[in-house]
Design a protein around this ligand. Structure first.
Ligand code: PLP
Length: 465
């Protein structure tokens, strides 16, 4: 067989990919017909594909490449660590310097008394850990019936059995017999789609109080925890009304349940603070982390756990749980170097004081486009809702996502990665994106919106449901 490399013709790579590679969250038969796009390299905020196209990556890969592509420091650290100690486990009463150093660093960065880290290979695995951890915690406290975890419709917590069950994605539940038992979903705080005539503040309170109602209905003695993303990411960058999180926090404090903040996207600067919990005034008992932890340069996730939960679990004998790659030394070393760069280069501060306000202003200019009913940002995340009737926030008559996919295709064809969730367009560019690239992002987004508008009209799709 020939050596498969970037130098092979694109069509040959596509054929091999179609023959042997099963893509996640993809209609693989349709993709095989169309031909996959092959990304060959990247630098800064820009991807290059096998046909030489340069594409501005306004999704930071999958919300993870926070410090941008091409940082040699991370490659050097990985190479050094592989030579020194490529792997050793943390099961056999053994540890190693990368896991020790990263844990101490995370304890320093995390708010409150979140001082203890349990590692996983990904965000999904970390949420599986959380399910077992909170149930084991309550059992250790003599309350084995406190098992139910409350989460939200349209939340995203990963794709393992546990993660997908916590998540509220109906399309995921429909395949493979999910959710697992003892997970309960309440409604999401998506004012744009579900707020009706309520003001955002009224709606935020109403949705938060569903948590209190659920605790009441299920029984406080049966509920272990509530889990949520500070800002729903994969659900469409749903930024909750200002009233939502304070009320959730009040409810968690008033009732004896743990609060898990899934910071997999919001963590490490995405919201303009080190954690989304700081942006929204959340005091979690456990935080899920992954993605930006290593800027995606190595797969690593984890749970940062408060003193009380860690101490109770520690005093209850063995916690019968762990992954071969828990605290993987190369991934941990890469994560540590990533955090050093974020701290020393003041990336969070730059986002907060300079580039996020610039993005907020630039993104809001898209609200004057005839397809756009809402254009909002928080930190380095943006969401833009398209509608055939922007005044009423009406949905399109076509199946949800039809117009979104048209727009995403125009984005790709015009050198921009924006993702669509239904008929929302979302961005989460690398945190290091500069103002001129933000200008370019907005310019290309507007081009894509114009082309989408024309196509939607020509195809007879410019109709409300
Ligand atoms: C991506 C994501 C996960 C899952 O992380 P993986 O590394 O893909 O397993 C969990 N929670 C949130 C909020 C995410 O965005």
């Amino acid at each position: 067989m020939n050596i498969i490399s970037n130098h092979m013709p694109t069509a040959e790579l596509q054929a091999l990919d179609a023959a042997h590679h099963m893509h996640p969250f993809t209609d693989n038969a349709a993709l095989a017909k169309k031909g996959v796009r092959i990304i060959t390299r990247a630098n800064g905020v820009t991807l290059t594909d096998s046909q030489g196209h340069e594409i501005l990556d306004a999704m930071a890969g999958l919300w993870c490449v926070n410090i941008g592509y091409g940082r040699k420091e991370l490659a050097d650290v990985a190479s050094r660590q592989m030579m020194e100690l490529p792997y050793y486990n943390t099961f056999f009463q053994t540890s190693h310097v990368p896991a020790i150093a990263l844990s101490a660093k995370l304890a320093e960065l995390a708010p409150g008394d979140l001082n203890h880290v349990f590692y996983a290979g990904s965000g999904s695995e970390a949420n599986d850990t959380n399910i077992r951890l909170v149930r084991h915690y309550w059992a250790a406290k003599g309350k084995p019936d406190k098992k139910i975890i409350i989460s939200r419709k349209n939340g995203y917590h990963g794709s393992t059995l546990g993660g997908a069950s916590l998540g509220g994605m109906t399309a995921m539940h429909a395949q493979g017999g999910l959710p697992i038992p003892n997970i309960h979903h309440i409604d999401q705080p998506d004012w744009y789609a579900e707020g009706g005539d309520l003001s955002p503040d009224e709606f935020g309170l109403e949705r938060a109080r569903q948590l209190e109602q659920a605790i009441h209905d299920l029984g406080e003695d049966k509920v272990a925890a509530f889990i949520a993303e500070p800002v729903q990411g994969a659900g469409g960058v749903i930024i909750p009304p200002a009233t939502y999180w304070p009320e959730i926090q009040r409810i968690c404090d008033a009732h004896d349940i743990l609060l898990i903040a899934d910071e997999v996207i919001c963590g490490f600067g995405r919201t303009g603070e080190w954690f989304g919990s700081r942006t929204f005034g959340i005091r979690p008992d456990i935080m899920t982390i992954a993605k930006g932890l290593s800027s995606g340069y190595a797969p690593i996730g984890g749970s940062i756990v408060c003193d009380e939960v860690a101490n109770v679990v520690a005093s209850a004998g063995d916690f019968n749980h762990g992954y071969t790659y828990s605290g993987h030394p190369v991934a941990a070393a890469v994560a540590l170097e990533n955090l050093r760069i974020i701290q020393e280069e003041k990336i969070v501060e730059t986002v907060q004081n300079d580039t996020a306000p610039y993005l907020a202003n630039a993104w809001s200019t898209l609200a004057d486009h005839p397809l756009v009913a809402e254009a909002k940002t928080v930190g380095m995340m943006g969401t833009l809702a398209m509608s055939p009737d922007v005044a009423s926030r009406a949905a399109f008559a076509s199946a949800a996502g039809t117009v979104g996919l048209i727009c995403r295709t125009h984005c790709f064809d015009n050198g921009l990665v924006m993702r669509h969730v239904g008929d929302r367009m979302i961005i989460a560019p690398p945190l290091v994106i500069g103002k001129s690239d933000i200008d370019l992002l907005i310019e290309r987004a507007r081009t894509a919106l114009d082309l989408t508008y024309t196509e939607v009209q020509n195809e007879g799709l410019y109709k409300a449901a």
